[in-house]
Write a protein that binds this ligand. Structure first.
Ligand SMILES: [Zn+2]
Length: 235
């Protein structure tokens, strides 16, 4: 994940109750669009503590083509779902992520999918844990994923998240770099002595040390307890 993740929480004293405080054990993640085609994630974060802002609205994370900014702790309620403060409300149970509409939106969307895929994986959740703002309050949000009723963009976003999760899982399961071992013939003074194994990745050939050392006229002592091989050249 190449997202620049910044934690910049608004103070508990922020006006208009924008950081209400109740502890939250989130069970879902809610996706929004900012509804502002020209603001970046830094603008949106700054707006939360702007003295001209008189709205009781907040969100946990805002993301654009460059940065994801965590504005409220993810274990505290925020005012983003528009469905009140009941214990089962989106405001009290869901992490709100605002996707900026400015700049390179395709890049922003890709970043958001990366972020969300990572968050779901970290919690052991699937894409069934994702919600639209719309699911809580009926507001047409995330509006850029709406297309007059079918929410094609929303389905596409979930598919994007899902494929990123799958890819991350596959990468995790693959061993770090494929190890290729090849058999090589080991000769001492032109006489084949043994087979060695050449590790292509490390650039190292493994040989039976006793056979090789003895063929070169040395004594070999193996100390299994100390995990040690002593090779002494005969005088
Ligand atoms: Zn919204």
């Amino acid at each position: 994940m190449s997202i620049n993740y910044i934690v910049d929480h608004i103070p508990k004293t922020t006006p208009c109750n924008r950081r209400p405080g109740p502890a939250m054990t989130a069970t879902t993640i809610t996706i929004h669009n900012t509804g502002n085609p020209s603001s970046s994630s830094r603008n949106e974060r700054a707006w939360l503590t702007n003295s001209a802002n008189d709205r009781t609205a907040s969100y946990h994370i805002v993301i654009d083509e460059r940065d994801a900014i965590e504005c409220l702790p993810l274990n505290e309620a925020a005012w983003h779902a528009g469905d009140g403060s009941g214990t089962k409300s989106g405001n009290r149970t869901s992490i709100g992520i605002e996707i900026c509409e400015s700049g390179n939106y395709a890049k922003t969307l890709d970043n958001a999918a990366d972020l969300v895929a990572g968050m779901l994986r970290a919690r052991g959740w699937g894409v069934d844990r994702l919600r639209r703002h719309y699911d809580w309050s009926g507001k047409i949000c995330p509006r850029l994923m709406y297309d007059g009723g079918k929410w094609t963009g929303w389905e596409a976003f979930k598919a994007m998240v899902s494929s990123k999760m799958k890819k991350a899982e596959e990468t995790e399961m693959k061993p770090k770099g494929e190890q290729k071992m090849e058999t090589v013939e080991v000769r001492v003074d032109g006489k084949k002595l043994a087979d060695g194994l050449y590790d292509d990745k490390a650039g190292v050939t493994y040989v039976p040390v006793r056979a090789v050392a003895e063929a070169l006229g040395a004594d070999v002592k193996w100390d299994g307890k100390a995990k040690k091989v002593d090779i002494d050249k005969k005088k």
